[in-house]
Write a protein that binds this ligand. Structure first.
Ligand SMILES: Nc1ncnc2c1ncn2[C@@H]1O[C@H](COP(=O)(O)OP(=O)(O)OP(=O)(O)O)[C@@H](O)[C@H]1O
Ligand SMILES: CC(C)(CO)[C@@H](O)C(=O)[O-]
Ligand code: BAL
Length: 279
């Protein structure tokens, strides 16, 4: 049975009993509307921890668009059934007031790695992520936390924060899970129209082609511009970015002299797709 807990006081008691028996606690932070990408994190957490907490909290502080927050898919009953089937010990699903009570006044801001890419196009987003993740780490007292590489920049921001603030937790990045046609799984994919859903995998296909070309020595800027044009011509909307960046510091690079990734964000209808791959 997965126990549903809604207050940090109750969660603290539960975790204290586990810790008294020397158990290692793993946490998988999510915003719900769970899919196989999330469940892959849960499975890894089960392998690497004695007890697993999944958190579901649609964090208002990380949304810079009211419409996106209102339209974010929510289905807790279905999520709970999936977590039961995976043998998750606790679903921690606090309300907004439990996380941000009256008088709440603290923001965690990570500079540098949070500034380009998502940080530039979603102002305030990573302050919201860092603040809530720090709180979830405090509330769950977990020793390991599992994050998806689909949100590559988020992983880098969280790692930086944990190192800078001496948070006693190990961050475990987990690979991106894709649909059979290559589209990265994402809760927001359910909002794609059938035509846009059919088009969406083109993003990953063009990113892979660009990565292969760059590995083979093609010039970076021209290759990325050509990929952007091809994806645009296929029927996608506006680009936020399609960049080659150093894998950890996310510095812009034009030569492959260190581990690198292509990272992308592009609009398709009223959905914004993000993806990234190693080069
Ligand atoms: N396809 C995926 N493969 C691996 N991990 C994933 C995938 N999709 C999401 N995750 C991870 O699951 C965790 C929770 O993500 P979240 O609840 O935001 O889901 P999401 O599908 O990314 O939703 P959206 O992108 O629409 O906000 C994050 O660590 C995220 O990186
Ligand atoms: C890590 C997270 C749960 C924080 O709200 C969110 O950014 C997400 O789902 O990736
Ligand atoms: N998966 C990242 C959370 C967000 O898009 O707000």
């Amino acid at each position: 049975m997965t126990q549903v807990i809604r207050t940090s006081a109750e969660l603290r008691e539960k975790v204290a009993t586990w810790k008294r028996s020397g158990m290692l606690v793993g946490v998988v932070p999510t915003m719900g509307a769970l899919h196989d990408g999330h469940l892959s994190l849960v499975r890894e957490a089960r392998k690497q921890s004695d007890r697993v907490i999944v958190t579901i909290f649609v964090n208002p502080m990380q949304f810079n668009n009211k419409d996106d927050l209102e339209k974010y898919p929510r289905d807790e009953d279905h999520d709970l059934a999936l977590l039961e089937a995976e043998g998750v010990d606790v679903l921690f699903a606090p309300g907004v007031h439990e996380v941000y009570p009256d008088g709440f006044a603290t923001v965690v801001a990570v500079s540098g790695v949070s500034e380009p890419l998502e940080g530039a196009f979603r102002p305030g987003h990573f302050e919201g992520v860092a603040t809530v993740v720090m709180k979830l780490f405090g509330m769950t007292q977990a020793g390991r936390a599992f994050f998806g590489e689909k949100d590559w920049q988020q992983v880098q921001v969280v790692k930086r924060m944990v190192e800078d603030l001496n948070v006693p937790i190990r961050i475990i990045p987990c690979p991106t899970i894709r649909e059979e046609d290559g589209l990265a799984m994402s809760s927001r994919n359910v909002r794609l129209s059938p035509e846009h859903r059919a088009l969406a995998p083109r993003l990953h296909a063009e990113m892979q082609a660009a990565a292969a070309a760059i590995r083979a020595g093609a010039p970076v800027t021209a290759t990325l511009e050509a990929a952007k044009a091809a994806i645009g011509a296929a029927g996608f909307g506006a680009w936020d970015y399609l960049d080659l960046r150093s894998a950890e510091g996310l510095r812009p690079i034009t030569e492959l002299s260190e581990p690198a990734r292509i990272l992308a964000a592009v609009h398709l209808g009223d959905v914004r797709l993000i993806d990234n791959i190693a080069v």
